[in-house]
Design a protein around this ligand. Structure first.
Ligand code: C2E
Ligand code: MG
Ligand code: MG
Length: 757
């Protein structure tokens, strides 16, 4: 049951799959949108990053070049100092005042910031203002200066000896040198930019560190980087390029990541002297640090916004879904049974039919016969319970994928995945049986008759309302109706309906064009064969279709109430004839007019008849109204009919019970109603030789005599039937034996005039 209940909604979701698909598409679009936003952001950030990298490269390059110039200048300055010293020295030396030279050098050493000043002649005789470790003449720089060039020698890892040749008369006569200590050199390379975050050192072209800052570690890492043998992609290429550039005295910049994962920028710039190279090491984020922060923040904000946006969408979607479900419930659930209503059935059925080939589904309408009686007799609460019970049984008896719904009132629709009438009939009979085998909790003392109409859907493209209508018209097909039997809609149905439609269309014009004619059929006294009266019977003489008989159109017009109009027409024609007869001094005979049960839906219908009769001044006793037994099944009930019969008498109309014995005849009815005549149906006389017929007819005739009603035997065609009627004491007959129904002029000529006396 739960499963089925679920089905109701799942079913809609099939219909709303388009909607769900739309939701899915919306999600896909959303995902694409988010992906696009993210991609654009990443692309933008990457662009920003590249721009920042370019800026960093330019910045580092500019600053390190400046630094290089600065160091060049300082180194140049050292040499200039030494050259000025050389000049002074030569002049003092000329005066051969050795003490003055020493004193001069000692003084200049402290002024010029040298830890020691050295003067060496070609023989190796030398003077140092402070002692110097090592053999001077074997020092690389000293040797170079002896050859007339400037030179540099490393005394230990702590100090450097800068030397220039002492030239006299274009001859190198010795070497003058000045020693700068470590601190002094470190001051030389202390970077003045990079907010104290940069490091510099001086190396030779092979990368050997000559002057280093206090903290050598970052540069030590360089050694391991340079030593890297394995090919490390771009980095190793860059390093190779750097080594080559250093040998070629070119500047350049290298980006790399340190062991501690910090990104670094290394700028290398050749100095003007000694083949030295200035290395400047700066963190790569020196410029991008803040930008990175912003980029990160922007990312966080963007992610936050996207998350919020998605959450909002989900909340809205959730709200929409629950709202939608509520609407769905209101729209598609039958409030009485809590199950599918007609709208749900129509939607689901259409989907089901589309998914299956033609002729694989049958739509069934089940209608509870005389359901009104249940409400009337047991109360509407019990009526509601019954409807719920039926729905429950139907739900239990349909299979997965099939449908059951209450359309309205006591009408239930099924859509079964069946096409074999026998199987369908069996399944429906089982359902009806289950409906009637009430559980212990529900024990009403009535059995339900369920009328069934079915249409096996051969054209699934038909509108669902047409499909339902076909099942409905099958169910309402009175001609075929048999309790407990399912009537199947077929092509004959359509023809019949078309025919009915055509007749209805023609009705109004036919009435005004005088196509309807009143025929009269005489009622005759058996004794003497004289005219006793006549019955008015309608005929439709259509120019195209010829004569149409009441059996073809009366049931059609009974369905829509047109019959009432027709009965009044007949009644008026009859009144007109009676009036003429009276006016022309002819003896009038009573004429009976058939009265459809449809009149009884208007409680004052007799007033219309009375008005016509009065208009034609018809005396009482000349008009008789024939009621069929079915009138007693009228909704308004027996009391209402009794009352109407009394009213007929009051207005001066006779009343006869037509077709007695054709349907639900009950002798009890005769006692109940104060009718003037009983018209025995012709079926009684089909087998007049049977003693049983004789007994039945005899007892009806006797009973009629007792209640003071005349018996009219209808449809008498043979002499034998006439003899039989005489035998059982029946006085009046109507039948072809005497006359067929005939146009009024014929009746006047052949019957009225002859019986005038
Ligand atoms: P009904 O009122 O029982 O009328 C008697 C029917 O039996 C008439 O058929 C009549 O022609 C037919 N009949 C008479 N004698 C014989 C006979 O010896 N043998 C046979 N086989 N039939 C005979 P009709 O005129 O075709 O009318 C059929 C029914 O249509 C009527 O049955 C009546 O129920 C209905 N009807 C006719 N005219 C009217 C009308 O103006 N208003 C209403 N509401 N119903 C009408
Ligand atoms: Mg009749
Ligand atoms: Mg009759």
């Amino acid at each position: 049951m739960k499963e089925k209940q679920k089905n109701l909604y799942v079913g809609h979701s099939v219909r709303f799959t388009k909607k769900e698909l739309r939701t899915k598409w919306a999600l896909v679009v959303l995902a694409v949108l988010i992906a696009a936003i993210s991609s654009v952001s990443i692309w933008n950030a990457a662009g920003l990053q590249a721009a920042v990298d370019r800026r960093t490269r330019m910045y580092v390059s500019d600053v390190s070049l400046q630094l290089t110039d600065d160091i060049n200048y300082r180194l140049e300055h050292i040499i200039t100092d030494l050259e000025m010293l050389e000049d002074s020295l030569l002049r003092i030396d000329e005066s051969n005042n050795r003490d003055a030279v020493k004193e001069f050098l000692n003084r200049k050493a402290s002024i010029l910031g040298f830890t020691s000043i050295v003067a060496v002649d070609l023989e190796g005789n030398h003077y140092c203002t402070s002692p110097i470790q090592g053999e001077l003449l074997s020092m690389f720089g000293v040797k170079k200066s002896m050859k007339g060039e400037k030179g540099v020698s490393f005394l230990n890892k702590q100090s450097i000896l800068y030397t220039i040749p002492i030239v006299q008369d274009d001859r190198v006569v010795g070497v003058l040198g000045g020693v700068r200590n470590k601190e002094n050199m470190q001051m030389l390379i202390q970077p003045k930019s990079f907010s104290g975050q940069g490091l510099t050192c001086i190396t030779n072209q092979e990368g050997k560190v000559i002057v280093s800052p206090t903290d050598l570690d970052p540069f030590m890492e360089l050694d391991s980087l340079f030593a890297k043998e394995e090919d490390d992609g771009k980095l190793s290429q860059d390093i190779q390029q750097m080594q080559k550039d250093m040998l070629d005295n070119k500047s350049g910049i290298l980006f790399f990541t340190a062991v501690d994962k910090t990104d670094l920028v290394l700028a290398y710039n050749p100095l003007d002297s000694y083949g030295w190279i200035l290395l400047t090491l700066v963190p790569a984020n020196i410029i991008s640090y803040e930008t990175d922060q912003y980029i990160f923040q922007t990312f966080c904000i963007l992610t936050g916004i996207i998350v919020l946006f998605v959450m909002m969408l989900f909340v809205i979607a959730g709200m929409y879904r629950s709202y939608y479900r509520r609407l769905e419930k209101i729209a598609f659930v039958d409030r009485l049974t809590g199950e599918a209503n007609n709208a749900a059935f129509q939607l689901r059925c259409q989907q089901m039919l589309k998914q299956l080939p033609p002729n694989s589904c049958t739509v069934v309408l089940l209608n509870v016969k005389n359901f009104k009686l249940i409400n009337e007799n047991f109360g509407s609460a019990q009526g509601d319970n019954t409807l719920r019970h039926i729905m429950k049984v139907l739900q239990q008896n349909i299979r997965e994928g099939e449908l059951a719904a209450r359309a309205d009132a006591d009408n239930f629709f099924l859509c079964l995945e069946e096409n074999d009438p026998e199987v369908i009939q069996n399944r429906l009979s089982d359902m009806v049986e289950s409906i009637n085998s009430f559980g212990s909790e529900q024990d009403p003392s009535y059995l339900l008759t369920v009328q069934q109409g079915a249409y096996t859907v051969d054209n699934p493209d038909l509108e669902i309302t047409i499909i339902q209508d076909r099942a409905k018209s099958a169910c309402r097909n009175r001609a075929a109706q048999q309790d407990g039997v399912c009537i199947f809609y077929d092509a004959a149905f359509t023809q019949q309906m078309q025919k009915e439609h055509d007749l209805n269309e023609l009705f109004d014009a036919a009435l005004t064009n005088g196509e309807f004619q009143v025929y009269l059929q005489p009622k005759v006294w058996i004794e003497g064969g004289r005219l006793a009266g006549a019955e008015a019977l309608i005929r439709w003489n259509n120019p195209q279709r010829g004569m149409i008989y009441p059996s073809d159109f009366v049931p059609v017009f009974e369905k829509n109430g047109k019959i009432c109009k027709l009965d009044l027409f007949v009644f008026e024609q009859v009144c007109r004839s009676l009036h003429q007869w009276i006016e022309s001094g002819k003896k009038p005979f009573p004429i009976s007019v058939n009265l459809s049960r449809q009149h009884f839906s208007d409680k004052d219908f007799l007033l219309k008849f009375k008005a016509i009769a009065d208009r034609y001044e018809i005396p009482a006793g000349l008009l008789e109204l024939e009621l069929t037994e079915s009138i007693f099944l009228e909704d308004q009930g027996i009391e209402f009919v009794k009352h109407k019969i009394d009213e007929m008498h009051h207005f001066g109309f006779g009343c006869s019970l037509d077709d007695f014995g054709a349907g639900y005849s009950s002798l009890g009815l005769l006692m109940e109603f104060d009718v003037d005549a009983i018209k025995l149906d012709r079926r009684f006389f089909l087998n007049v030789s049977s003693p049983k017929t004789r007994d039945v007819v005899k007892s009806i005739v006797d009973l009629a005599k007792k209640i003071g009603a005349l018996i009219v035997a209808e449809g008498i065609e043979t002499q034998e039937q006439l003899e039989f009627l005489k035998d059982v004491g029946c006085k009046l007959v109507q039948g072809y034996l005497y006359a067929k129904p005939m146009p009024i002029p014929d009746f006047e000529r052949d019957w009225l005039n002859k019986n005038a006396k």
